[in-house]
Design a protein around this ligand. Structure first.
Ligand code: ZN
Length: 372
């Protein structure tokens, strides 16, 4: 594929200006493929950690109602460290992540009595800060579980929302990490009856000494990305959604897919309604709360309805006149705009979705199989 930005097209002058190493990178090489594992045993009913070990994990959060929550939290963290400092069965884990130049650094410090400090550092690109934070927790738990005789793990993090994702069994972009952590925790909880884990919230603005050390470490590394890395999972999702919507709209306008008799309605700004996936799309948002209303609206919009116009097209031997006796054919337009059998609950424009729904609501017999 030709690419106007590739190295071979650099002029000699441009080459002389480049500093450091450069490599070609395909600008189209976007694509994050999050690995979902919806049938992972960790998420199956009966095996979930919340079913089997609900009393082994807990969250210790900042008390936001406290007069001075930061000061109180720093004191609580200090007390906790003091309480456990000589307990050999404890692994205290401080995790943090930061993103600089699109490169995420995940870091975990594991403190344990009579053990050297274990520091784990990982760099990656194409991730959000939540994923980097969760990955730091994953690495820390993995390290803590390898220390002999540890029966309690305490995790101190400034991203408690990332820690909560571990126990979130719904589909989310971090599921692969959740499954790995849950598997590790299940083994840890099963091995001894009293093994447990606590997650402590520690906002980075506290600059609590242990967390501050991890924070400094995570920012100390200066790594430069060798390829374009502005693309996150969310960005890919957004790009894919926009592409799908564009295709839907083109197909909707350009082809007969929507049907030749499709009733184009307007939104409140009087623009023709176009397909969207938000909340089930604009049409369903307006009438899906009632099955019968939804059925009648679908019949009217597609013109596949028990009315004279339809019978004339498909069953011409049947009666297709309007029961009002004022119209030799009973077309949809006549029902919506003229027929005195129905209450013309329309605005003068008679073409917005809102007024269409009002008409159907005011005329419960319109577009039913028994409209007499
Ligand atoms: Zn009529």
């Amino acid at each position: 594929m030709s690419n106007s930005h590739n190295i071979s097209s650099l002029t000699n002058h441009q080459r002389s200006l480049t500093k450091g190493h450069i490599i070609d990178s395909n600008i189209k090489s976007y694509g994050i493929f999050p690995s979902f594992s919806p049938l992972d045993p960790e998420f199956s009913p009966g095996h979930c950690i919340i079913d089997n070990f609900s009393n082994r994990f807990s969250f210790n959060l900042v008390n936001k109602n406290d007069k001075n929550p930061n000061k109180t939290r720093a004191q609580e963290l200090d007390d906790m460290v003091l309480r456990y400092s000589s307990v050999p069965q404890l692994a205290l884990m401080i995790t943090n992540a930061s993103i600089k130049n699109n490169i995420a650094t995940s870091i975990s410090h594991v403190h344990s009595a009579n053990q050297p400090l274990i520091k784990t550092v990982h760099h990656t690109s194409f991730v959000t800060s939540t994923e980097a934070e969760l990955f730091a927790i994953r690495c820390g738990i993995n390290q803590a579980c390898t220390i002999n005789n540890v029966s309690k793990i305490i995790i101190v993090t400034d991203s408690i929302h990332a820690a909560r994702k571990i126990f979130d069994s719904r589909s989310h972009p971090y599921q692969i990490h959740s499954a790995a952590i849950l598997s590790e925790l299940c083994t840890f909880f099963s091995s001894k009856e009293f093994n447990s884990i606590e997650f402590w919230e520690c906002p980075s603005k506290l600059k609590w000494r242990f967390h501050h050390d991890a924070d400094k470490d995570s920012k100390a590394f200066s790594v430069t990305s060798s390829y374009l890395s502005k693309i996150s999972w969310d960005f890919c999702k957004k790009t894919d959604c926009e592409e799908s919507i564009k295709l839907w709209k083109m197909t909707f306008q350009a082809s007969d897919r929507k049907g030749k008799h499709f009733l184009d309605l307007l939104d409140n700004e009087l623009n023709v309604i176009e397909p969207s996936y938000v909340k089930g799309g604009p049409w369903l948002q307006s009438f899906s709360h009632s099955n019968s209303l939804c059925a009648r609206a679908a019949r009217a919009i597609t013109n596949h309805a028990p009315i004279g116009e339809y019978r004339l097209r498909f069953f011409p031997s049947m009666d297709f006149s309007c029961p009002c006796n004022n119209h030799s054919i009973e077309p949809r337009r006549h029902i919506l705009h003229e027929c005195h059998r129905f209450n013309g609950y329309w605005n003068p424009r008679r073409d917005t979705l809102n007024h269409f729904v009002m008409f159907l609501t005011a005329n419960p017999n319109a577009f039913t199989f028994n409209d007499n």
